[in-house]
Design a protein around this ligand. Structure first.
Ligand SMILES: NC(=O)c1ccc[n+]([C@@H]2O[C@H](COP(=O)([O-])OP(=O)(O)OC[C@H]3O[C@@H](n4cnc5c(N)ncnc54)[C@H](O)[C@@H]3O)[C@@H](O)[C@H]2O)c1
Ligand SMILES: O[C@H]1[C@H](O)[C@@H](O)[C@H](O)[C@@H](O)[C@H]1O
Length: 339
């Protein structure tokens, strides 16, 4: 610990999410402080570090993780850079909160799990923050209580106002639908066994080369059907909704937020502009839970196994999307460390 009872954290990748986590650790949560930031963009890291007492800027993530005042790591670089950062964190036996996706494909996720198993203990929490959202937590506890009976179907809507120009068809699955892969597995306590992707005629708002929206269906080993409407250029705001249809009732989350206003012959509320606003409390709770567990010497939350399972479903999803046919998901047997 760099200071008594305070975790010194290195944040790797200081773009949108990394910078937001730095702000959160510095201003919102307790028990931790940012002692290092690393970004390939030296200027970006330097600017962020300049505002924080005792924080050093690096361009090399390995140098940041080797620093004496670093006790734990948040990885917020792009998905393809996660494997290398995770393996370096393991070399220093550091606890890690790794933004989703754990890695972009199943083979690299398997390598990460193998390296973690060699350490002999769990080190990774994956940043599937919806598991910390108040509404998702309520839905999970209702489903787990059995009050509604067995879940038959789970309908999901995932809408972003827009995405950056480099957003690809594959990212629709790997960056966006990956959240529904995780929440479906978590809410239902089931594994996803097959994926089908269908595409309506694209929206006029979709950029050239991106077929948007898409409709994704998961089959599960418990016989529940899960569908996801993913629409990343809906223009009107950020919306994430889920409805569980069970034997004895249904439960829906993500419908309304904030104040309801009546005016000029209309009524209504507002739609969050982006995930940073919609899930602010979930991100806060996620990072605080990670810091608290780390200070207790524990690792909780979504594991590398969850990251691997999602990566395997993503791989099947990308194939289903490209080939236009139902694609099965194959998982290895769950290693003892993750049972
Ligand atoms: N949980 C969520 O809701 C959520 C939301 C957005 C992004 N994310 C995830 O967070 C991660 C970052 O996304 P973002 O939107 O902040 O991206 P971004 O492009 O805004 O930022 C990424 C930063 O990482 C830096 N970088 C690139 N390669 C690096 C490397 N090898 N080492 C160190 N730094 C490197 C870039 O220079 C950039 O500053 C991704 O894994 C993404 O999927 C999660
Ligand atoms: O990386 C982002 C992020 O994960 C958001 O939570 C999701 O809604 C977006 O679709 C995705 O592009």
């Amino acid at each position: 610990m760099t200071q008594r009872g305070t975790l010194g954290i290195a944040v790797i990748g200081t773009g949108r999410m990394g910078a937001d986590h730095v702000r959160r650790i510095t201003e919102v949560i307790s028990g931790a402080r940012v002692t290092a930031v690393a970004d390939l963009d030296a200027e970006r890291a330097k600017q962020l570090a300049a505002g924080i007492d005792g924080c050093t800027a690096y361009t090399d993530p390995s140098a940041a993780m080797a620093a004496d005042d670093v006790d734990a790591v948040i990885i917020a670089s792009p998905g393809p850079a996660h494997e290398a950062a995770l393996l370096t964190a393991f070399e220093h036996d550091l606890p890690v909160l790794c933004e989703k996706p754990l890695t972009p494909d199943a083979a690299s996720a398997l390598r990460v799990m193998e390296a973690e198993q060699k350490l002999g203990h769990r080190r990774v929490q994956v940043g599937f923050m919806r598991r910390y959202d108040a509404e998702y937590l309520k839905l999970k506890s209702l489903l787990d209580s059995g009050e509604l009976g067995r879940p038959l179907m789970l309908h999901n809507r995932h809408r972003n106002a827009d995405v950056l120009p480099y957003f690809t068809e594959q990212m629709l699955i790997n960056d966006s639908v990956v959240h529904e892969m995780d929440v479906a597995r978590w809410l239902l306590n089931q594994e996803i066994t097959a994926v089908t992707v269908m595409k309506p005629k694209p929206s006029g708002n979709a950029p050239e080369g991106l077929s948007d929206p898409q409709f994704v269906v998961f089959e599960t080993d418990g016989g529940t059907l899960v569908d996801v409407e993913i629409y990343v250029n809906c223009r009107f705001g950020y919306q994430v909704q889920a409805e569980a249809v069970c034997e004895n009732g249904t439960a829906r989350i993500g419908e309304a937020h904030g104040m309801l206003v009546n005016t000029a012959g209309r009524w209504g509320g507002s739609v969050a502009p982006d995930f940073v606003e919609r899930f602010v409390d979930a991100y806060d709770r996620e990072v605080q839970a990670w810091v608290d567990a780390t200070l207790r010497g524990e690792v909780t939350g979504p594991s590398s196994w969850d990251g691997y399972a999602a990566a395997a479903v993503c791989e099947a999803g990308v194939r289903a999307q490209a080939e236009g046919r139902r694609t099965e998901v194959r998982l290895i047997e769950r290693p003892a460390l993750y049972r």
